[in-house]
Ligand binder design. Sequence first.
Ligand code: FAS
Ligand code: PHB
Length: 394
Amino acid sequence: MTIQAATSVCIIGSGPAGLLMSQLLANAGIENIVIDRKGRAYIEARVRAGILEQGTVSAMREAGVADRLDVEGIPHHGLDLAFEGASHHIDIVGLTGKTVVAYGQTEVTKDLFVKRTQQGGRFYFDVENVVLSGLKSDRPAVNFRHAGQDVEISCDYIAGCDGFHGVSRNAIPANVLKTYDRVYPFGWLGILTERPPVSMECVYTNHPRGFSLCSMRSATRSRYYIQCDSNDDVANWSDDRFWDEFAARISPDLAAKLQTGPSFEKSIAPLRSFVAEPMRYGNLFLAGDAAHIVPPTGAKGLNLAVADIRILVRGLVERYARGNTHHIDTYSQKVLARVWKVERFSWQLSNLMHQFPDHSPFEKKMQRAEFDYLMQSEAASRTIAENYVGLPLD
Ligand code: FAS
Ligand code: PHB
């Protein structure tokens, strides 16, 4: 016997994209159900992004979940890029009038879960065998197993917010779906430690030993990364080995004040640029990592997911409130135009700030020349700044 459920929008995935979508739709009176193959505790424990654009902060405020963010978030007025001993500060406030805010994705998901639960949000966690059907019909469906029973959710629309390894993207027929992929020859080894950060703003360094990033989660909690081989194993990295390598890849003045300590999270993330087109098929919409991946160099992954959701929810509200389907009919084209620009920025900054094992001497010279140009050109710094704070939605 299959349990039947019905809603307006079935959201697959309760990461930041799915959760934010659920809350924004609920605020607009649009019924939705969220399903996830994991449980809430697992999702909340995932350590990922750390920098929020102002558009993301605005979306959190619009969703009514920004109280803690507004108190605990750390505004950043700039960032530093360092290259072979030289350092360049990019004054994002001076160049754009905007800041970004350091606030972990973990906290974003916790805040959204609290609100959805308070408001009686409908969730199915730990689901299995998720299958989408009827995408071209007026009443698509999502079937899955949950707690040993078959469940079918019929809906008007399905939102595929199930990340890079989800099932939604591949529900689009292979002769329709186009994908674009660039896998980088390295990954990022990241740690969290309960120690004051060496800098209260981000410091990105392209060091001859490899890339490093100084970031934070609070005034007492540091988030640090180093470039590592893409097939490296976190088991190869004791805390001591990490600290030695990290200290060797940051400037001497930062290394002198580095406070090392035990890591309580340590993981390796592969780096890739990926885009799937289209981001709509029938009554299935893709959003977030289900449709695109960026290398974390530009701090864009989470923010890009949020931008997709803001555009998609605006379209769904138009459809339900005024019967106007223009914004959902143009969703894929509109959102992809922005996705590609953000992919470009993340790709460009990754190319500038990493050591590529297969770079020729000429390509190494190109990296240096680009950094020297950035150092002397306000226009070049403004380009970095306006992308870093976030491109406009429209
Ligand atoms: P998510 O992947 O966050 O969420 C997808 C959800 O769908 C998950 O909860 C998953 O359990 C669920 N799901 C998957 N398959 C399913 C199925 N078949 N059925 C039901 N549910 C299913 N971005 C940054 O800006 N900075 C960073 O430093 C950074 N570091 C990262 C490190 C790692 C290891 C990874 C993987 C990503 C990182 N990102 C970073 C990017 C990350 O923040 C994503 O952009 C962000 O999580 C995107 O959110 P969602 O689109 O909601 O996808
Ligand atoms: C982080 O704090 O996790 C972070 C900051 C900046 C990035 C990527 C990750 O570009």
